[in-house]
Design a binder for this molecule. Structure first.
Ligand code: B12
Ligand code: SF4
Ligand code: SF4
Length: 345
């Protein structure tokens, strides 16, 4: 099969499977590798050891798939409903986590795309990845023409904005490459930097994860530094401030993926009742959602901080936090104690 025919067939199949953005780039060293190294060396990755541990693997996509020659970069839009106002006692979940865990949906599609590729070229080496492989997905997406990297570090597509999940199909075949997107369309705008509640965007295109609410509420497995807690406000899980502020997101169309629509009663979510749930109850409720990454202890830590930030104390919050004071996990107990002290102050 000619590279031209193979590329066309793969792109057609990717779109048929529900990928909104599709583009091809060559497997090569990412120009951002130096920036990644610098970012890691500055400590900006915080405790995300899995990035530093695989530093060398980011040097070339061949460390993700031996023999890779091309990357089919893929995007799925996830803007569904619009955020609604928060009532006292509730917490806000960022848009990407409203529905099904995107890894599940995208993995299933990648599996079918890999099988399709193998049907066309049975001897091909091919692998689908989403999020977790040592691959600078945003840079490869920019190279494949999916969009540019904004000052908030997000990959922004001119039509879909930044409400897009990324994934990659790595192939040992030589595919026809697309033209890269322009470097940036941010111009003199700095709305995202101004909107960031914690100053985590320390300069254009550079994020200090240690201050980023997304990192603090999702990735950090320890207590959140006290000076940062107030800025978290009502954000229970993740943060969208630097994307909500972006003009390129204003007219982004809604996704056709029903799986990304908000789950009933969880956008926003009532927090008081959580403190009575055990590990199994959390697992049952959140296992197939992005929230499960933070586990019960992370979610309760975040819930206590949101309740502590809600003043006056919402009905039932004090009783819930007192229950949290008896929790088996010290991190949860400490966050509840902080929240109660704020209400007593
Ligand atoms: C670690 C990680 C995080 C960390 C660190 C984020 C960060 N900015 O580095 C934390 C936990 C904070 C995070 C948060 C979020 N994440 Co995240 N995250 C990742 C992950 C796993 C790795 C990113 C990474 O390698 N960072 C290290 C830095 C150095 O690399 P980079 O961000 O790609 O930065 C490049 C550019 O900034 C560029 N660059 C740097 N300087 C300059 C200067 C100029 C002039 C130019 C042009 C470019 C440029 O060079 C870098 C290297 O190429 C990726 C998946 C993946 N494998 O890529 C998802 C990913 C980036 N995350 C994603 C999402 C959805 C989010 C959140 C929106 C979730 C939320 N709502 O809370 C937030 C957004 C916060 C933000 N503004 O970035 C999506 C982003 C999709 C998109 N459209 O961009 C990804 C791609 C996952 C996916 N498969 O869809 N994330
Ligand atoms: S996700 Fe929130 S905290 Fe993180 S950089 Fe964007 S606005 Fe700042
Ligand atoms: S808010 Fe402005 S500066 Fe930030 S990413 Fe969007 S266009 Fe770029």
């Amino acid at each position: 099969m000619s590279p031209d025919d193979l590329t066309r067939s793969l792109k057609q199949e990717a779109r048929r499977l529900g990928f909104d953005l599709v583009g091809v780039t060559r497997a090569a060293e990412p120009s951002g590798f130096g920036r990644l190294e610098d970012w890691l060396a500055s400590g900006h990755a915080g405790r995300m050891r899995y990035l530093a541990d695989r530093r060398e693997a980011y040097r070339h996509p061949r460390h993700v798939l031996d023999g890779v020659r091309s990357l089919l970069m893929l995007g799925v839009g996830y803007r569904s409903a619009e955020p609604v106002p928060i009532e006292p006692g509730q917490g806000r979940i960022s848009r990407y986590a409203w529905g099904l865990d995107y890894h599940e949906l995208i993995h299933a599609r990648l599996k079918r795309l890999v099988a399709f590729h193998r049907r066309l070229v049975p001897e091909a080496v091919v692998r689908g990845v989403v999020d977790t492989a040592p691959l600078l997905e945003r840079e490869f997406a920019q190279r494949a023409g999916l969009g540019w990297i904004g000052k908030n570090t997000m990959l922004i597509n001119p039509k879909l904005g930044s409400w897009v999940f990324l994934a990659a199909l790595l192939s040992g075949e030589a595919l026809d490459v697309d033209s890269p997107s322009a470097e940036s369309h941010c111009g003199s705008c700095r709305a995202c930097l101004d909107a960031c509640p914690t100053g985590a965007l320390i300069e254009p295109y550079r994020l200090d994860a240690r201050r980023c609410i997304s990192y603090l509420t999702i990735e950090l497995r320890e207590s959140i530094d006290e000076p940062l807690r107030e800025s978290i406000g009502e954000r229970l899980f993740g943060c969208d401030a630097c994307q909500e502020a972006c003009p390129w997101n204003r007219h982004a169309p809604a996704t056709r993926e029903e799986a990304f629509a908000p789950r009933d009663g969880e956008n926003p979510v009532d927090l008081g009742e959580w403190f009575a749930l055990d590990d199994e109850a959390f697992r049952d409720r959140f296992r197939h959602t992005p929230l499960w990454r933070a586990r019960r202890r992370g979610l309760l830590r975040n819930a206590a901080i949101v309740l502590g930030n809600t003043r006056p104390a919402p009905p039932g919050a004090e009783a819930a936090l007192r229950q949290g004071l008896r929790d088996e996990d010290p991190m949860v107990r400490e966050a509840c104690s902080w929240a109660l002290a704020r209400h007593e102050a």
